[in-house]
Ligand binder design. Structure first.
Ligand SMILES: CC(C)(COP(=O)(O)OP(=O)(O)OC[C@H]1O[C@@H](n2cnc3c(N)ncnc32)[C@H](O)[C@@H]1OP(=O)(O)O)[C@@H](O)C(=O)NCCC(=O)NCCS
Length: 135
């Protein structure tokens, strides 16, 4: 069974594993994830498959996506789409996100969700630019 619910502190180990698998070059630390969990507790959602945390999304109340990641073996099943749609539902259809220029999969993912290119932030990731995409 699949479901989406708010982050609980007992999810932290699973989230950190997903984070490290998804962003091996620059994973958020436990400290940063804990900050978001405290500051935006309504906007940190986890996705469960048969009771196991396999994905998460964190976003600001205005729909600015801070981070989204799905465990590799659960990708391309529509889970990321469900999480972004949950954000859109809560913001009346508004969302935006920064995406690494080289992250072809994520760029296709957001385009498929109806996001378009809003701008480019030079050097956003230090040595790499970000595309700003949004609805
Ligand atoms: C990006 C990410 C969250 C997508 O999650 P997902 O659950 O696999 O996405 P979905 O299954 O909902 O994908 C919906 C559609 O987006 C497109 N898409 C998603 N991932 C894609 C990829 N790697 N390559 C090409 N198209 C992709 C496809 O059109 C897909 O539909 P299809 O499977 O029927 O072809 C996931 O790949 C991930 O965790 N990546 C690593 C972390 C990351 O890059 N996060 C985004 C940072 S901004």
């Amino acid at each position: 069974m699949n479901s989406i619910r708010r982050f609980k502190w007992t999810d932290m180990d699973a989230i950190m594993e997903i984070e490290q698998e998804a962003f091996p070059k620059s994973p958020y630390s436990g400290f940063t994830l804990s900050y978001y969990a405290s500051a935006y507790r309504n906007n940190f959602l986890v996705y469960l498959v048969d009771g196991r945390v396999v994905a998460y999304i964190i976003f600001y109340p205005d729909g600015h996506i801070i981070s989204i990641a799905v465990k590799p073996e659960y990708r391309r099943r529509g889970i990321g789409t469900e999480l972004v749609n949950e954000v859109l539902k809560r913001t009346g259809g508004r969302a935006m996100v920064e995406v690494r220029m080289s992250n072809e999969g994520a760029k296709k993912f957001y385009r498929r969700l109806g996001f378009s290119l809003l701008g480019i932030i030079r050097g956003y990731y230090g040595n790499e630019d970000a595309l700003v995409m949004g609805t």
